[in-house]
Design a protein around this ligand. Structure first.
Ligand code: GDP
Ligand code: MG
Length: 316
């Protein structure tokens, strides 16, 4: 890159020393993806593993960003250093959404022990899932103790937050009936902690009762539910305490190592799958015979399953 005043090794050193400008550069690099980003991650990886990752997920608008802002404020009060990665691939209004996040989280921007990054849908060759993983590793290597990852859209998200977090917090709000039903039906994975946000809403008590009822159906005790009002900070200390309790129980039972290994297995497979898929898409895009194949099926000269077989043989 023209005019660059640092080498990849210097950048890695800057990240390791926690330098904010190096961090910003490194995150831009991994957001773009490519060989230099891979090189940086290779260099930094031995220095990762020290951070604790908290995934914050839930439908759009429930208050995830606001809640993370409040949690960051709380843990900063406890003297912990923090990194935040916010991902919202589902939003077509990415710029607006990011701007909103920036405003809500902006009070922390001058704090050297807080680093916040919104990941856009900008072209990382390896997709958003890879970019997010790399951003987390960079922040981890920089020595941040706590990493928050915000992802919108439970279940369908490209970045399955459950696959990268040590503790998964599902945020819901009064009116999140669809999510309550999805939990009840077993369609949605049960999180470690549920935050029922917007507790100032008049129907909050009703939703809390529905949630309790839905989660008790499985017989087992469900995850802890904490009522919060992110905008005022109400309940945020209790939410943090509940996250810490989940962490302690994982650490004491030895389950943390197991969970991380299981997460890694899923993550590696998902990333490999993503790459294979993109390679196939690229190969298909440059394949002039594809249209001929489509025509053959459309004209009923070829059945669709035979066409798929032909396509596979050609692309793989
Ligand atoms: N009344 C109320 N509004 C809240 C609360 N928390 C967040 N909000 C508002 O809900 C909207 C969506 O919040 P945001 O954090 O962007 O949600 P996200 O899409 O889940 O990240 C914003 O207008 C917030 O100000 C809360 O506890 N009570
Ligand atoms: Mg948000």
């Amino acid at each position: 890159m023209a005019g660059r005043s640092w080498t990849p090794a210097e950048l890695a050193d800057g990240v390791r020393s926690g330098n904010k400008r190096s961090l910003a550069r490194a995150l831009s690099l991994v957001e773009r993806g490519g060989d230099e980003a891979e090189e940086l991650i290779r260099d930094l990886y031995p220095d990762t593993g020290g951070a604790y990752r908290i995934g914050v997920t839930g439908p759009p608008g429930v208050g995830k960003s606001t809640l993370i802002g409040a949690l960051v404020k709380h843990v900063r009060g406890l003297g912990r250093s923090v990194g935040v990665v916010s991902v919202d691939p589902s939003s077509p209004f990415t710029k607006g959404a990011l701007l909103g996040d920036r405003i809500r989280l902006s009070e922390h921007f001058l704090d050297p022990d807080v680093f916040i990054r919104s990941m856009g849908t900008r072209g990382h060759s390896g997709g958003l899932a890879e970019a997010t993983l790399e951003a987390l590793l960079v922040l981890d290597a920089s020595g941040r103790e706590l990493l928050f990852v915000e992802t919108a859209g439970v279940g369908q998200s490209e970045v399955a937050v459950a696959g990268i977090a040590d503790t998964v917090v599902l945020v819901l709000m009064p009116g999140s009936g669809d999510s309550v039903q999805a939990l009840k039906a077993g369609v949605m994975e049960i999180p470690d902690v549920i935050a029922l946000n917007k507790s100032d809403h008049p129907t909050a008590a009703v939703t809390l009762a529905e949630l309790r009822q839905a989660l008790s159906l499985g017989g087992d005790h469900g995850p802890p539910i904490v009522s919060t009002q992110a905008s005022s900070g109400d309940g945020v200390d209790r939410l943090w305490q509940t996250i810490e309790e989940h962490r302690s129980s994982l650490e004491q039972s030895g389950g943390l190592g197991e969970r991380r290994r299981e997460n890694l297995r899923r993550e590696l497979f998902a990333l490999a799958l993503g790459r294979i898929r993109r390679e196939l898409e690229r190969a298909a895009a440059g394949d002039n015979d594809l249209e001929a194949l489509v025509s053959a099926v459309a004209d009923r000269r070829l059945d669709p399953l035979s066409a798929v077989r032909e396509l596979r043989e050609r692309l793989l």
